[in-house]
Write a protein that binds this ligand. Structure first.
Ligand code: ADP
Length: 192
């Protein structure tokens, strides 16, 4: 299974990505987690990206693509993978399309998690209290929403036109969303 999960900040991508990866026995690869790990450990990459991420801006495509390319080349990605938070720009979409095509691989589905903007902001502010992520403050949240709407939301049209999109309503409890996601994916796979 080769899957992507997309959604605005706060949509619950990370939570559902874990469930999805477990279900199909594939690694969940979160570019956000990779960057945060590098920031925490003050690696050269972490030092470079900290300010951008704290400001709610995207990391440059070349850096992000290099990381994803390296990660996908690991043996555990051979049977499949789930990318969470990548691609986020059209440049990254083309990178991934080419990367997979060169290896004779194809995506199976792209899960798009939809949540109303007001709910997103509430969730992110709650997460700020719980986890203290540096990019979960009111100003940065607003910026991340704008960047998502401008750069990432349009990518859904690309995947829709390829017949890969699974449109998922992300409101409800974690369990409800997970069950809905599994049901819709099963239906998507059965219809191919
Ligand atoms: P969220 O769910 O809040 O969007 P993520 O953990 O997915 O958070 O990402 C956190 C931050 O990491 C993003 O706001 C961005 O700065 C950076 N980032 C993650 N993935 C990418 C990517 N594919 N391209 C560029 N920047 C990225």
């Amino acid at each position: 299974m080769k899957l992507l999960i997309m959604g605005a900040p706060g949509a619950g991508k990370g939570t559902q990505a874990t469930a999805l990866a477990e279900r199909y026995g594939v690694p969940a690869i979160s570019t956000g987690d990779i960057f945060r790990f590098n920031i925490r450990n003050q690696t050269p990459l972490g030092v470079k990206v900290k300010e951008m991420i704290d400001a709610g801006e995207y990391v440059p495509d070349d850096m992000t693509e290099a990381i994803v390319g390296d990660r996908l080349a690991e043996p555990d990605c051979e049977p499949g993978f789930l990318l969470d938070g990548f691609p986020r720009t059209m440049h990254q979409v083309f990178f991934l399309d080419r990367y997979l095509a060169e290896r004779g691989k194809k995506l199976d589905a792209v899960v798009s998690l939809h949540v109303e903007p007001e709910v997103l902001v509430e969730r992110l502010l709650a997460r700020a209290e719980e986890q203290g992520r540096a990019d979960d403050n009111a100003d940065t949240i607003r910026r991340r929403m704008e960047v998502y709407a401008g750069q990432t939301a349009p990518l859904l049209f690309h995947y829709e036109s390829k017949g890969l999109l699974v449109d998922l309503e992300g409101t409800g409890t974690v369990d409800e969303v997970r069950q809905r996601m599994f049901d819709q994916l099963d239906e998507h796979i059965a219809q191919r």
